[in-house]
Design a protein around this ligand. Structure first.
Ligand SMILES: C[S@@+](CC[C@H](N)C(=O)[O-])C[C@H]1O[C@@H](n2cnc3c(N)ncnc32)[C@H](O)[C@@H]1O
Length: 468
């Protein structure tokens, strides 16, 4: 699978029509070279995917000639194993083509890089993607062999391009695989499409300062910023014009905050009521803290705890700007230590846990390159620890709300399931009546999905503590 030994790497790179007779090139992986050429023919509409299986007959011989003319060098006769690999690679790559092409396109620096790509280069990339995503061929072998094939069959620059794009895929592989596994191919495609498109931004009007959504809409019209009214009363959505909003000082003067409705619905799941005490355990930079505080209508308290002092400072500056600083108290600390020592209990405790952010990739493009599967494993452990700590702060009869901005079951449903196994004093309560029905899962959790709702992905669960 990983190619052939480097024997006397002599070859001719002359193309069809030259007088030189191509000699066998031992440098490239022969089954990949043949697969690339066969895919090229399939793309041109002439090939039959199983043509080469009968290596001894004329059609096979013809194809070897075609390989020679296309690549400018000859491959050795394929053995049975090679032929099987060619069949698997070609059939699989054809079956997954639309999906693979979408991925290749999204990993190219610009769309025109994909649309102008040389046909043979595209086939080599498709093979590499199929091998990485579906055949589990070791990454080093796929990169090495396909880069070499592109260099030899085309030119060194083509090899560099294959190298760059395959390496990008390796960073994303685990995410893409998870999406296919949990969402299916079509839904995974839609999700990637969403993640790669220009994001919407939502603005939440600050009613505490006396503004209404109409006030916000009037200002946006003055600024000629195109908007849409959201399904949530206090929200407006914009695709372009955020710069104009910032420059006009709408955020600084406390008229509105940037907040996605998916986060707004988490606050609806908390359902703050005037007079309640609420602990926001991982509060900074404070989007949800501010919205919860504004829902208390001047009666009640929100404690905003975070381990990050700088982010907590930003939260308190925003609280001042929104006239909510008398409702919000900041606490700097590690929840795990704080919860052990604190004797204060709260009506409601929100744990908006640190997470992979896999629901917000359209806005946080950087995350896709920075997240590794190992991060997910570490985050899951941290989420469990933080849930255990947050639970200590809930009054008897009070509610613990667990939320993330992830769409991954491991960080969402699975954390809740294992939490209630460890803490039988907590019972999950459906979010019916708190958010619209289309955001409620079969298990009664809140879940927003980029592909279903055109919002960021988020999750929330209500867990009620028993009275004893
Ligand atoms: C998802 S963000 C919270 C976003 C915030 N709720 C909002 O709506 O703006 C997670 C936060 O958890 C904080 N955090 C991480 N580990 C923590 C810990 N052990 N104790 C307290 N806060 C922690 C991070 O500093 C980060 O600000």
């Amino acid at each position: 699978m990983t190619g052939v030994p480097k024997l006397n790497p002599k070859f001719s790179t002359k193309r069809a029509g030259t007088s030189k007779v191509p000699i066998i090139n031992f440098e490239v992986s022969h089954h990949r070279a043949v697969a690339a050429v066969r895919l090229l023919r399939a793309d041109k509409g002439k090939a039959f995917v199983d043509l080469l299986n009968e290596k001894a007959n004329d059609s096979g011989e013809n194809e070897m000639g075609y390989v020679e003319r296309t690549l400018g060098f000859s491959t050795r006769h394929l053995d049975d194993r090679d032929i099987r690999l060619v069949t698997v690679i070609v059939a699989g790559t054809v079956r997954w083509k639309r999906y693979i092409d979408y991925l290749i396109m999204s990993l190219c620096s610009e769309e025109k890089v994909f649309s102008n790509m040389e046909p043979l280069l595209l086939q080599i990339l498709r093979i590499g993607f199929f091998e990485i995503l579906k055949l589990n061929v070791p990454a080093y072998a796929v990169v090495d062999e396909n880069v070499r094939l592109a260099k030899v069959a085309l030119r060194p620059g083509a090899g560099n391009m294959v190298n760059a794009i395959l390496r990008k895929l390796l960073l994303l592989k685990w995410m893409v695989r998870r999406w296919i596994r949990f969402l299916g191919k079509e839904e995974a495609l839609k999700l990637m499409n969403w993640n790669n498109s220009d994001p919407y931004f939502s603005l939440r009007v600050n009613t505490t300062n006396g503004y209404t959504r109409d006030d916000l809409v009037n200002r946006l019209e003055d600024l000629q910023v195109h908007y849409e009214k959201s399904i949530m009363d206090e929200f407006v959505r914009i695709r372009e014009g955020m710069q104009a909003v910032l420059q006009a000082g709408l955020l600084k003067e406390g008229m509105c905050a940037v907040q996605d409705e998916s986060a707004g619905f988490v606050v609806s799941v908390v359902d703050p009521q005037p007079g309640e005490t609420i602990m926001d355990c991982c509060a900074a930079p404070g989007g949800k803290t501010l919205f919860m505080a504004s829902r208390l209508a001047g009666q009640g308290k929100v404690s905003a705890l975070d381990i990050n002092k700088g982010r907590l400072r930003i939260l308190m500056e925003a609280a001042k700007c929104h006239n909510l600083d008398d409702i919000i108290t900041d606490i700097h600390g590690d929840l795990r230590l704080y919860a052990k020592e604190s004797t204060v209990k709260y009506d409601k405790v929100l744990l908006d846990a640190p997470c992979s952010g896999l629901g917000v990739l359209s806005k946080r493009a950087d995350l896709r390159w920075n997240r590794q599967f190992e991060d997910l494993e570490e985050l899951v452990c941290l989420q469990d620890e933080l849930l255990d700590s947050a639970s200590l702060l809930v009054k008897p009869g009070g509610v613990l709300i667990y939320s993330t901005c992830s769409i991954d079951h491991e960080e969402n449903e699975n954390r809740v399931t294992t939490f209630v196994q460890r803490h039988p004093e907590f019972t999950p309560q459906g979010v019916h009546g708190y958010v619209p029905a289309e955001f409620i899962t079969d298990d009664g959790f809140y879940s927003s999905s980029p592909t279903k709702h055109s919002l960021d992905g988020a999750f929330a669960a209500r867990l009620v503590r028993s009275m004893h």
